[in-house]
Design a binder for this molecule. Structure first.
Ligand code: IPE
Ligand code: IPE
Ligand code: MG
Ligand code: MG
Length: 315
């Protein structure tokens, strides 16, 4: 559904322009930096953040796609830089179906490549108005704060649901929200429309991360292109694990054993997975509802499809 609607909208063409902008975006005469950045940038990835930006732009009536593409490519680089550093922190060795930079070249190269990709996007953003730069600067701070909070609260079996939601809002939803908001700003939308897009992105992002955390135990690494059990190993809590810990005496022991199969069973048997998915569905619906002030359009429908995908996805 998502793909057929996107096809008729021509978003495939928009994304092809983003791919072209990404190609060589992190080139350097220090070849190792070029190789390592290309390694992850060209490994695929769902390109969800540029999609959200472009669709939000189109839903608000924007038509100058070529003018927006550099920013859509820049947000993909921002996301990619955060993944490069996240994989160092999570000691993760597979990303987008291939070896992570830290696994292939070591942590120091990964650290520098993440910095390099991050700095490259400044140049790509330079031509855009300061309001837009500020939105992304705030999202960048939120990502780092969210990742730090998640790390600081590792192993906290009694973490409140509120704190969990605060963490995912910062580390993941802030960037989705920024992408949607900026799409509206670029298209010259009213403050009401820009605010609705911000709200959409925030709820989409929360739903997306709740699902991501569930897939760490209930998903398949072949589908995800990244290992399962990483959060489990690191003691990173999720909505589902917190729910299970509160209701099952076995939960602590099972989660401490870090056995993914047993953990997945626990989440299914205790209803924790259903609970997390129900919550993800609520956020996804809230996101879709925020878009109701927009006139019907294929772009609006495609944004709603993305909100459905965030909850139903296996990859
Ligand atoms: C992974 O994001 C990081 C999270 C916020 C969970 P994606 O699942 O969008 O990663 P790619 O870009 O498709 O690889
Ligand atoms: C990381 O979340 C989100 C970022 C902001 C980088 P995860 O740690 O859940 O992402 P994955 O599972 O490694 O893709
Ligand atoms: Mg990770
Ligand atoms: Mg994850």
């Amino acid at each position: 559904m998502m793909q057929s609607r996107e096809r008729s909208l021509g978003i495939g063409k928009d994304l092809a322009l983003v791919e072209a902008a990404l190609e060589g975006a992190a080139a350097s005469d220090v070849e190792l930096l070029s190789w390592a950045s290309k390694h992850i940038i060209c490994a695929g990835g769902k390109r969800l953040r540029p999609r959200v930006l472009l669709l939000s732009y189109r839903a608000t009536g924007g038509t100058d796609i070529a003018g927006v593409v550099p920013l859509a490519a820049a947000v993909e680089l921002l996301h990619t830089a955060s993944l490069i550093h996240d994989d160092i922190n999570d000691c993760s060795d597979v990303r987008r179906g291939q070896a992570t930079i830290n696994a292939r070249w070591g942590d120091s190269v990964a650290l520098l490549t993440g910095d390099f990709v991050f700095v490259k996007l400044f140049g790509m953003m330079a031509a855009f108005e300061s309001r837009i730069i500020r939105v992304f600067a705030d999202a960048c701070s939120a990502i780092v704060e969210g990742e730090t909070l998640h790390m600081l609260n590792r192993g906290d079996a009694v973490m409140s649901e509120e704190l969990y939601l605060e963490i995912v809002t910062r580390k993941t939803a802030s960037l989705f929200s920024a992408c949607a908001e900026v799409g509206g700003i670029l298209a010259g939308g009213t403050e009401q429309h820009i605010g609705a897009l911000r709200d959409y992105g925030l709820n989409l992002g929360i739903a997306f991360q709740i699902r991501d955390d569930a897939l760490d135990m209930a998903g398949k690494s072949e589908d995800l292109g990244k290992p399962v059990g990483v959060d489990l190993e690191q003691g990173k809590m999720s909505l589902a694990t917190l729910y299970a810990l509160e209701r099952s005496e076995r939960a602590r022991e099972v989660l401490l054993s870090t056995d993914v199969r047993q953990a997945a069973e626990l989440l299914r048997d205790t209803g924790a997975l259903d609970y997390a998915m129900q919550k993800a569905g609520e956020y996804s619906n809230k996101g879709k509802k925020a878009l109701s002030i927009f006139p019907c359009s294929e772009a609006r429908a495609a944004l709603c499809d993305l909100a459905d995908f965030a909850v139903a996805r296996d990859r």
